[in-house]
Design a protein around this ligand. Structure first.
Ligand code: ADP
Ligand code: ZN
Length: 209
């Protein structure tokens, strides 16, 4: 291992549901490091090619150049060992294999900033984020706004019919929901509009507003 003399590394985790600003926060932290002339490398899994093949892009259209990796171990082979700060977006697509990679990088004196979904479409903890939260020096949980009632949203609601753990997409396929409005899996079409003031349950009809 290539230890950088005198340097201490650490792990920062940014987690939360989709649309909560994880990518925005990751880009903000990486920009600061670049302004301070630190050497930065940004990685994202090949699976996340929603907006751009070689950039991380937030839902609010912030962009930053990134390198695409097939799996977690490719981060080590693509790493320039002069790099001081690493950003890893969409970590939930890289699996538990990311844990030893991130640990090795931090032990080698790197600042590693990892961003990813902490729960899946069923509301279950989404590996490898739970373990990373325990291993990290710093953790941040970002929240979105519930698209049904406006409360703080910690869930990613899937809107299309699929039992696959990974269905890549953004608006129209997923939306942010609070714990009360979240329906694990696919929402039922006859939606209980309990959030509507004085409202009674809607019989059948669309789940959209
Ligand atoms: P993440 O990486 O967590 O998916 P992004 O950083 O890509 O989030 O996008 C965050 C942006 O998404 C917000 O600044 C806002 O422009 C937009 N957005 C869309 N839907 C919502 C929502 N329900 N709540 C908050 N922000 C939303
Ligand atoms: Zn809600």
């Amino acid at each position: 291992m290539n230890f950088v003399a005198g340097k201490t590394g650490w792990i920062e985790v940014i987690c939360g549901p989709m649309f909560s600003g994880k990518s925005e926060e990751l880009i903000r932290r990486l920009r600061r490091a670049m302004i301070a002339r630190q050497r930065v490398q940004v990685f994202k899994p090949v699976l996340d090619n929603r907006y751009s093949a070689d950039e991380i892009v937030s839902h609010g259209e912030l962009r930053m150049k990134s390198e695409v990796v097939e799996d977690a171990s490719e981060i080590l082979t693509r790493l320039d060992w002069r790099t001081e700060v690493l950003g890893i977006d969409e970590a939930n697509f890289l699996g538990q294999e990311l844990i030893p990679v991130v640990t090795q990088l931090a032990d080698s004196g790197k600042q590693v900033i990892v961003s990813g979904l902490d729960t899946d479409y069923m509301g279950r903890p989404f590996p490898p984020i739970p373990d990373l939260l325990c291993l990290a020096e710093s953790i941040a949980k970002t929240l979105a706004i519930c698209m049904r009632c406006g409360a703080p949203a910690k869930h990613t609601q899937r809107l299309v019919d699929s039992d696959e753990l990974i269905v890549v997409g953004a608006a129209g396929i997923y939306e942010a929901r609070c714990r009360r409005c979240f329906e694990p899996g696919v929402p039922k079409q006859g939606y209980l509009e309990f959030a509507r003031p004085g409202g009674s349950a809607v019989q059948g009809g669309s789940a959209s507003r």
